[in-house]
Design a protein around this ligand. Structure first.
Ligand SMILES: Cc1cc2nc3c(=O)[nH]c(=O)nc-3n(C[C@H](O)[C@H](O)[C@H](O)COP(=O)(O)OP(=O)(O)OC[C@H]3O[C@@H](n4cnc5c(N)ncnc54)[C@H](O)[C@@H]3O)c2cc1C
Length: 290
């Protein structure tokens, strides 16, 4: 590993000032679960390492019934998994966290680090895309808020600029529905071969009718992807087996998998078909079971 200057900070202002001073020469250190491996392997060699783990102002999970859920970037996966506020209001997120890596990794890895790392197989990115989350990016000059759709850019690339810190994830109350995350992996807590997250908003006035739905797919493209064509098929409709089958078929077409050691492109499209079918059925079951 190359030598670097270690800079522990306690506030967002300190971190942003250092980022604006050092720009691309600096890297933020969260829980270090991904970054340390990249540095040991020589894939990244920052001259300055800004350690934000001691920054308590970004370590929170808050729920408000008008605003929704706000999670500070330094909340760990384990904190999200075990939070009653998350379990009671956005249960799909807590369920997903239970399947992310081992407890040891979940105890150190932060939600901010997970999103900034931008692994196309990230369970968190696919789940938050399905949930219609927004992220706050902060620099010395101020904040900007982006949708997950705009935040995710490419393989291991996000909209974060070198002088920006990811500070908060917001799940708007309007997105509180019934969700389900289905991860297909070699072993339960491995990175996904393919994953699907579905978040469905039932129409309160029409039984069995879907007001809105988001369908996100992980590990089948440069970033987590949505199948907007499948969503449009289901929005405003009564959910039937025929409609689910058509949505699953369209989702498999919209996925962009590549063949690798985990399976061929065709195999992964077939997995998407199966997982979308199961996820919509599961969410619909949860939405309309009294
Ligand atoms: C053994 C193992 C198994 C894993 N399995 C899974 C899995 O099944 N599913 C899954 O989704 N993930 C998995 N992961 C990935 C894991 O979720 C991430 O390593 C972890 O969440 C990263 O968070 P961190 O705080 O440790 O980030 P770090 O490693 O500290 O940082 C990662 C990147 O994000 C940047 N960064 C960190 N915080 C911020 C911030 N607030 N603002 C801007 N940039 C920031 C860093 O500069 C770095 O580029 C696994 C990891 C390991 C080591």
């Amino acid at each position: 590993m190359n030598t670097f200057k270690y800079l522990p900070v306690k506030t967002v202002k300190e971190a942003c000032d250092l980022l604006s001073q050092y720009g691309e020469e600096a890297k933020i250190l969260g829980g270090g679960q991904s970054l340390m491996t990249l540095m040991k392997e020589g894939f990244v060699s920052p001259a300055y390492l800004i350690d934000i783990k001691g920054m308590s102002e970004l370590d929170y999970i808050r729920y408000d019934k008008k605003d929704g859920l706000r999670i500070g970037a330094l909340a760990t996966h384990r904190a999200v998994e075990t939070s009653d506020a998350v379990k009671d209001n956005f249960g799909m997120l807590a369920e997903m966290e239970h399947t992310l890596a081992s407890v040891a990794v979940r105890n150190w890895g932060t939600v901010g680090g997970s999103l900034a790392h931008a692994d196309p197989a990230s369970d968190l990115a696919a789940t938050l895309l399905a949930l219609g989350a927004e992220v706050t990016l902060t620099r010395s000059a101020g904040d900007r808020v982006l949708s997950m759709d705009d935040f995710l850019v490419d393989y291991f690339e996000t909209a974060l600029q070198p002088d920006e810190l990811l500070t908060e994830i917001h799940l708007p109350i309007s997105r509180q529905g019934q969700g389900f995350y289905y991860k297909f992996a070699q072993r339960a807590t491995d990175l996904a071969v393919v994953s699907v997250g579905v978040n469905l908003m039932p129409d309160p006035d029409q039984p069995q009718q879907c007001r809105d739905i988001r369908i996100a797919m992980g590990s089948v493209g440069p970033t987590a992807l949505r199948s907007k064509r499948a969503e449009d098929l289901i929005k405003g409709q009564s959910i039937t087996d025929a409609l689910i089958e058509e949505a699953a078929r369209v989702s498999a077409e919209d996925a962009q998998p590549t063949s690798d050691i985990n399976g061929s492109e065709e195999y992964k499209r077939e997995l998407i078909h199966v997982l979308v079918t199961r996820s919509i059925k599961e969410t619909a079951g949860r939405a309309w079971t009294p």
